[in-house]
Design a protein around this ligand. Structure first.
Ligand SMILES: [Zn+2]
Length: 250
C-alpha cells in the first residue's frame, strides 16, 4: 500500500483520519553539500523514503505531511548549493504547521528527521508545539546521528560516509558519483575522551573544519546491498516507533 499523503487527501478525508487519531508524520531533510559524490538533497531523499515506506507498512492510521526539504544547514553553508533556513524562519513555519494540525483535529505529530543539524531545533519546536497546541510531538530519525549517541555499524560516519552513500546507492544509484568519492576521517578526535562526537562534551563545528571535501567519514566500499540492509533497518525501526507513538499518552 502507498503511504497516504496529506496533499492527496480531501479535506473531508483528512478530517476522517483525525477522528481516528491518525499520526501525522513530517519528513524533514536538508539541501546541503554531501561531498563530491552525493547530491545536495541526500538527507531529504532518505528521510522521505523511510517515512513513506514506513507509513505504507504501518498498521495504525498514519498520514505523511508534505516533506520539508530545506532546513537548518548552517554547518555546510560554506559550500555552494547549500540552502540553510535559519531558526528564526524555521520555527514560524513549524508553528504554522502545528496550528494547522490542531485545527484539523490531529493530535500526534512525528518529525522524521534525516539531518542531524535539525535535531536540536526540532526538539525545541516539539516542546513549543506541545505548549501552544497541546499536540503530542515526537522527534525520530532514520538513524540516530553519531554525534547524538547513535552507533554506526561500520566505519566512523558523520556525513556522506559509508552508510549514507550505501543507502543512496540503494535508493537512487543514478545520483551517486562513486568515482568522485573521497574520505575524510578526523582521527585526531581520538586524542580526546571528553570532547567529541557522541562524547560527554559536544562542540560547535562546521563541516569544513575537518577537510575541504565536505565529507566526515569514509564512503569507500559503499554498496547497494549494505544500503538496502540499512534502509530496511531504518524502516523497521520507524514502524516500531509508530506503534508505540500510537499508544503513547501524556
Ligand atoms: Zn546527510
Amino acid at each position: 500500500m502507498k503511504a497516504p499523503l496529506w496533499q492527496e487527501l480531501t479535506s473531508g478525508e483528512l478530517a476522517n483520519l483525525a477522528d481516528i487519531d491518525a499520526i501525522a508524520v513530517l519528513p524533514i531533510g536538508s539541501i546541503e553539500q554531501h561531498g563530491p559524490h552525493l547530491p545536495l538533497g541526500t538527507d531529504t531523499i532518505i528521510a522521505e523514503s523511510v517515512a513513506h515506506t514506513g507509513i505504507a507498512k504501518a498498521t495504525m492510521p498514519t498520514v505523511a505531511l508534505p516533506t520539508i526539504s530545506m532546513a537548518l544547514s548552517s554547518e555546510h553553508i560554506w559550500a555552494k548549493g547549500t540552502i540553510s533556513i535559519p531558526p528564526g524562519q524555521l520555527f514560524p513555519l513549524l508553528d504554522s504547521i502545528g496550528a494547522a494540525l490542531a485545527r484539523a483535529g490531529i493530535k500526534r505529530l512525528v518529525f522524521l528527521n534525516g539531518h542531524g543539524g535539525n535535531s536540536a531545533a526540532l526538539r525545541v519546536a516539539s516542546r513549543e508545539l506541545r505548549l501552544s497546541y497541546g499536540l503530542l510531538t515526537f522527534v525520530a530519525h532514520p538513524h540516530i546521528p553519531v554525534d547524538q549517541g547513535g552507533a554506526t555499524s561500520g566505519p566512523f560516519e558523520i556525513h556522506a560516509g559509508h552508510q549514507e552513500t550505501s543507502i543512496m546507492l540503494h535508493l537512487r544509484p543514478e545520483l551517486v558519483r562513486m568515482e568522485l568519492a573521497e574520505k575524510c576521517v578526523p582521527h585526531w578526535l581520538d586524542n580526546y575522551q571528553m570532547v567529541g562526537f557522541g562524547k560527554p562534551v559536544s562542540f560547535g563545528w562546521t563541516s569544513d573544519d575537518f577537510g575541504k571535501n565536505g565529507v566526515i567519514g569514509d564512503p569507500a566500499g559503499a554498496n547497494a546491498a549494505a544500503g538496502a540492509t540499512a534502509f530496511l533497518r531504518a524502516v523497521n525501526s520507524f514502524q516500531s516507533a509508530l506503534e508505540e507513538i500510537a499508544r503513547f499518552y501524556l
